[in-house]
Design a protein. Sequence first.
Length: 180
Amino acid sequence: MKLIEDIKNFLGKWHLHKVIKLKKAKNKLVTFNQVNHIGIVYNAETKEHEQIVAKYASELRAEGKKVFLLGYVDAKQLPSNKKFLLNSEFFWREKLNGFNLPIKGNIGQFLQLEFDLLLNLYQDPLLPMQAISAYSQAKYRVGANVADNIDFNDATIDTGKRNELKYLIEQIDFYIRSIK
């Protein structure tokens, strides 16, 4: 089964590379003060990650930013403890096509929203989350610099050997606030 998954991922990545080439020239850098709408893509596998991302989103909202979350759960069905909220959605394997790419019409409103900034708050190069970033209508994308990553971010943050979500968020937050 691993061989089949590897082939599906290879074909999915090939498709994403074509999508990314078309979008790269259109993206533009915005200062944090100009940012109104922020999208966040994250791995919602653990309660700890959900809490960390939710806390960061709350901090951004307290500064007047509109924040929308999209969490990925690597399961056939959405677990019953995951709840959709007004500004938060989830997607899971059932929402993917045969190449492990999200079916755009099955993701909800996240892919239809135009974000000034998209934050990819994950450090594992999972193809479905990378695809969301590539498909997103965000003006600018920031994420971790991880091995085997697809070049879909406009800026990548190197966290070195610290593979911690809190640290990644601190570094991304520092970066986006430094843009003048």
